[in-house]
Design a protein around this ligand. Structure first.
Ligand SMILES: Nc1ncnc2c1ncn2[C@@H]1O[C@H](COP(=O)(O)OP(=O)(O)OP(=O)(O)O)[C@@H](O)[C@H]1O
Ligand SMILES: [Mg+2]
Length: 461
């Protein structure tokens, strides 16, 4: 007798969401430029949020490139969260490149090279091309087979018959087998709306025809109307790339000089060194095409967190890079007061760990410590995002810790406390005061741990 195959039902298809440190932040939470009390998951810090809102609108108007903003404030005052909210407000069409100061140190690439690369990742180029395409809903898709020309028993696809339907008519096309592969790769099936580029044979699936919109579907589908006009037509196609994409794609000897072949290289990534000369060449071509109106420059944002990790050399480079005509908005964040700059230990300490000449060019947005009430509301928001239940006394205790120790420490205690609550079998896994106190004993904060060092032996000094 055959063994039975175990089959189990999948209950729902909502994935269990992972919560990261900033999962509760959904945006700056502004209305008409003013901060709402708890908009976008953000609580308090109103002035800084409004300032960031201004920065966002300047970036959108392309008036911010080549400038730099510094978020300055103590640890846990929401600097990283603010930068993240800025990127969410800008949307996916504006490049946002986040790095941490220490990322530029690697054995393989010079630190100025690493910085330059990230600068160019933060500058986008929107290329508009008018292409000759065949566009429509797929109403027939028949691969035609033939005897294998090399003999043997196998059969090969000799060509593909495809019928496309648009609002104005239908067209039957006979395609090369190589396009069949592209069609399979895009997972095109009957009822999809696609277009095929006439020159290159590239196939792009636009979505599912909305004639099928009622059909039961597990996956989220994008339904699109049947294309207007004829099947065979000229269509404007918009593509977003960053300058870094172009650098990488053209870091090979046979890179073409016009923008279309530069874009064409995108599909064949291969690593070679990107030289200063190549970048200048690319800048030249890009500027030419911007002037001709073929491409639009979309200066984005480069965010350098923990900027005090940069050294003197990197800061000097930053100064210069900000002055180049193709430069993004640079947002820096630092939690330092007066400190020595890396590589400048013989110089007097400077504010925020940033050299005075760079500091003088920055717009500085301060972030301030939170009031007990704000801390309480942040903790509450976090418990909701993490899907936890908590009693009032436990919430009070965690908020107190946020005040006395740090917001970060308080937020980090939530997850382990909820595990303890479940282990001790509390109703609905609700975190109680005892769980918080137990967690506080199990996990030290930075200050207590440092104090312990003074008393305990066994560490290597
Ligand atoms: N105003 C706020 N509203 C809601 N959550 C906040 C707010 N400010 C900070 N947080 C949350 O508190 C935690 C610490 O904030 P964040 O990491 O942004 O601090 P930071 O200023 O970058 O600190 P550091 O200087 O140590 O890097 C994060 O989980 C963040 O999402
Ligand atoms: Mg931070």
């Amino acid at each position: 007798m055959a063994a039975s195959v175990p089959i189990s039902e999948v209950k729902g298809n909502t994935r269990e969401n992972r919560t990261a440190a900033h999962s509760h932040i959904k945006g700056l939470g502004l209305s008409n430029g003013y901060a709402t009390p708890s908009g976008g998951g953000f609580i308090g810090q109103a002035a800084a949020r409004e300032a960031c809102g201004l920065v966002v609108s300047l970036v959108q108007k392309k008036k911010m490139s080549g400038r730099a903003v510094l978020l300055a404030g103590g640890p846990g005052t929401g600097k990283t969260a603010l930068a993240l909210a800025v990127s969410q407000e800008l949307g996916t069409k504006v490049p946002f490149c986040p790095i941490v100061g220490s990322e530029i140190y690697s054995a393989e690439v010079k630190k100025t090279e690493a910085l330059m690369e990230n600068f160019r990742r933060a500058i986008g180029l929107r290329v508009k091309e008018t292409k000759e395409v065949y566009e429509g809903e797929v109403v027939e898709l028949t691969p035609e087979e033939a005897e294998n020309p090399l003999g043997g028993y196998g059969r090969t696809i000799s060509h593909l018959l495809i019928t496309l339907k648009s609002a104005k008519g239908t067209k039957k096309l006979r395609l090369d087998p190589s396009i069949y592969e592209a069609i399979q790769k895009e997972r095109v099936r009957l009822g999809d709306v696609i277009y095929i580029e006439a020159n290159t044979g590239a196939v792009k699936r636009v979505g599912r025809s909305d004639a099928y919109a009622t059909e039961f579907d597990l996956e989220a589908e994008e339904y699109v109307p049947i294309p207007k006009g004829e099947v065979h037509k000229k269509k404007e196609i918009v593509q977003d790339v960053t300058l870094h994409d172009l650098d990488v794609a053209n870091a090979r000897p046979q890179g073409g000089q016009d923008i279309m072949s530069m874009m064409g290289q995108l599909m064949k990534p291969k690593k070679t060194e990107i030289t200063e000369k190549l970048r200048l060449e690319i800048n030249k071509v890009v500027t030419k095409y911007i002037d001709q109106g073929v491409a639009d420059l979309v200066p984005g944002v480069l965010f350098i967190d923990e900027v005090h990790m940069l050294d003197l050399e990197a800061f000097t480079f930053l100064n210069r890079a900000l002055e180049s005509p193709l430069s993004p908005l640079v947002i820096l964040a630092s939690n330092r007061g007066l400190t020595h700059i890396r590589g400048g230990e013989n110089l007097p300490p400077s504010a925020h760990g940033i050299p005075p000449d760079l500091l003088a060019r920055l717009l500085i947005i301060p972030t301030h410590p939170y009031t007990p009430d704000e801390i309480r509301r942040i903790v509450e928001t976090r418990t909701k995002t993490e899907g936890l239940a908590i009693t009032q006394p436990a919430l009070d205790k965690i908020s107190q810790l946020g005040e006395k120790v740090s917001l970060r420490y308080a937020l980090q205690l939530l997850a382990p406390a909820s595990v303890l609550a479940r282990v001790s079998g509390r109703e609905g896994g609700r975190i109680d005061l005892d769980d918080v106190t137990e967690c506080e004993g199990l996990f030290l904060d930075a200050r207590r741990s440092a104090e312990n060092l003074g008393q305990e032996k066994g560490f290597i000094a």
